[in-house]
Design a protein around this ligand. Structure first.
Ligand code: GZL
Length: 323
């Protein structure tokens, strides 16, 4: 009898253990650990310090946000961007984002993403499209206002100079929205000031090496200029190398205005080699991740998000003044 009781007790204890096991909060078969949001990001290249800063910012932001980032670098080729976006579609990304190297040629791939039900965020640069519905949101800076601010600095700096004040422009990559916007903004700001004359404009593709080459060309073709406007720091720094090789003092013999305000540009400003920097912030990553989550979760979001643009001016023998 005693043995029988012991067996009953043992069976009860086993039943309790397995029964309790049934109560443990373990994931049941169809409950999934929430999947990470997958973002496919096509970066246009690594032509400048600014571009590298943007890539690093987006990688860090994705890691912070727990977003699974598929990152592709197109090495300055639109074809590579189209291929990368198509691969993100085939891999079933939740959201696709890309920095369009030029303004046109995106409608077909964006239509493919739309057909696949994948929202697309345009980052940094803008596109020209027949159908604005082909993308969900844009986050970047206002290139036109950057050009206007550059022109406003020139007008103020040469307020009491009769002229002609000869301006040379080293522009960004042809047909890219920053090159188009900055050039238009500059011309708008100078339109009311006929004593300013943009005497030459040559593309340096946003690259330091080409900025130096182009400056050599400008010094040959148009040796007598008063102001250099470079569409980014890298080209301004390349131009400064050429000027110094010719014994021309940057920031004094020629007033230099540039855009981006990355570390090397700010150092040149501190040294007085660049007189005015228009900021173009690469700190887009966190805003991009918030946008991704809002879109994926069906929450409200702004279709256009712009980063801030500050102006830094070198004050002779004084601390640089941020205006
Ligand atoms: C601006 C960005 C530009 C930078 C350059 O948002 O697209 O491209 O001004 C970069 O430095 O090459």
């Amino acid at each position: 009898m005693k043995k029988f009781k012991m067996c009953i007790i043992f069976i009860c204890i086993c039943a309790m253990i397995f029964g309790l096991a049934g109560c443990v909060q373990r994931p049941d078969d169809d409950s999934e650990i929430p999947e990470r949001t997958v973002l496919g990001f096509s970066q246009l290249g690594y032509e400048s310090e600014w571009r590298t800063a943007l890539s690093n910012d987006i990688r860090r932001a994705a890691a912070r946000a727990g977003v699974q980032l598929m990152f592709d670098n197109a090495r300055q080729q639109q074809f590579n961007q189209l291929r990368a976006i198509r691969s993100f579609i085939l891999k079933g990304a939740d959201v696709i984002a890309f920095t369009p190297i030029v303004e046109d040629g995106w409608d077909n791939i964006l239509e493919e993403a739309r057909m696949a039900g994948i929202p697309v965020i345009i980052v940094d640069r803008k596109i020209e499209t027949e159908n604005e519905e082909l993308f969900t949101a844009f986050i970047g800076s206002d290139f036109h206002s950057q050009g206007v601010k550059a022109g406003e600095f020139m007008v103020e700096r040469f307020a009491y100079v009769e002229g002609p004040i000869r301006v040379a422009e080293i522009s960004g990559m042809p047909n890219s929205s920053p090159a188009i916007g900055r050039a238009a903004g500059l011309r708008e700001a100078l339109a009311e000031h006929p004593n300013f004359d943009i005497v030459i404009s040559v593309s340096g593709d946003f690259m330091r090496s080409k900025g130096r080459e182009v400056m050599e060309t400008i010094l040959r073709e148009m040796p007598d200029i008063d102001i250099l406007f470079a569409h980014n720091d890298d080209m301004a720094l390349g131009a400064i190398e050429a000027l110094e090789e010719h014994g021309i003092i940057p920031g004094e013999d020629i007033i230099i205005v540039s855009v981006d305000a990355q570390r090397s540009g700010l150092e040149a400003l501190q040294q007085g080699k660049i007189n005015c920097l228009i900021e173009c912030s690469p700190h887009i990553g966190d805003k991009l991740m918030t946008l991704v989550f809002n879109i994926v979760n069906g929450e409200p979001f702004d279709r256009y998000t712009y980063t801030e643009t500050r102006v830094f001016i070198h004050m002779d023998n004084e601390q640089d003044d941020e205006t």
